[in-house]
Design a protein. Structure first.
Length: 234
């Protein structure tokens, strides 16, 4: 794939759904995707939400790129990623969560991501608390806040802590799963099983789909989860 030009890779993905072509295209331009989303790191909008939106813009760029227009794919992608500014302003204006809480959630996510990469697994609440300089009760409150934020569309697919995997929770997970479509169930299983995946880019690769498509599915799951979680006080 490395000997192919961007237009060839775009064509292979759009016409033949050739996954290696998409992966190569994503690897070439993920630096630009993360660079653009990182511009808003100081924003109260959670970084995972911005990154998810950036990858959706990447998918849109792949779908809409026309090489005969004369522009490079990187130029076309850069233009699409500028829409992150509008997304960031929209979510700030909605003020769905307090600014100080949003910053703490962002700090939680950065520490969690770093620990997951260094440990090769999902960190425990104690490890997260030590990394953030907080106590475990504060971490639990933040994770609960993230689940509440899920209802408002800023986090898709966020699941309960491993510490609350009680029989009641497991029963709830099964009830929710029964209402999902087959593809949603496949994603849901990876989000709720013993070997949970919290890195959406890695999970998308594992499932053979784009990060944007994964975000759409987790968003759909989140909407179906909402009434179940509310009824159970979660």
């Amino acid at each position: 794939m490395k000997d192919k030009d961007d237009p060839d890779l775009v064509d292979m993905w759009n016409k033949k759904n050739h996954q290696p072509a998409y992966d190569e295209l994503m690897n070439r331009h993920e630096g630009m995707v993360y660079s653009q989303s990182n511009k808003y790191r100081a924003s109260p909008v959670p970084q995972p939400a911005l990154e998810s939106q950036a990858w959706q813009h990447f998918d849109d760029a792949v779908k809409t790129y026309k090489p005969d227009k004369g522009a490079k794919f990187s130029t076309h992608l850069n233009y699409r990623l500028r829409k992150l500014d509008r997304y960031n302003k929209t979510y700030q204006n909605m003020a769905r969560i307090p600014e100080d809480l949003a910053y703490k959630i962002g700090d939680h996510d950065r520490v969690e991501d770093n620990l997951q990469q260094s440990l090769g697994r999902q960190p425990t609440n104690k490890e997260l608390a030590d990394g953030m300089g907080e106590d475990t009760s504060a971490v639990r409150r933040l994770r609960k806040a993230r689940r509440q934020d899920l209802y408002q569309g800023q986090y898709e697919g966020e699941q309960d802590d491993p510490d609350v995997d009680t029989p009641e929770t497991q029963s709830l997970i099964k009830d929710i799963r029964a209402e999902l479509k087959p593809q949603e169930q496949k994603v849901y299983d990876h989000l709720t099983g013993e070997n949970r995946h919290t890195n959406k880019t890695e999970l998308a690769r594992k499932l053979g789909m784009s990060p944007g498509r994964l975000s759409q599915i987790t968003g759909s799951i989140a909407k179906k989860m909402k009434p179940h979680l509310q009824r159970n006080g979660l």
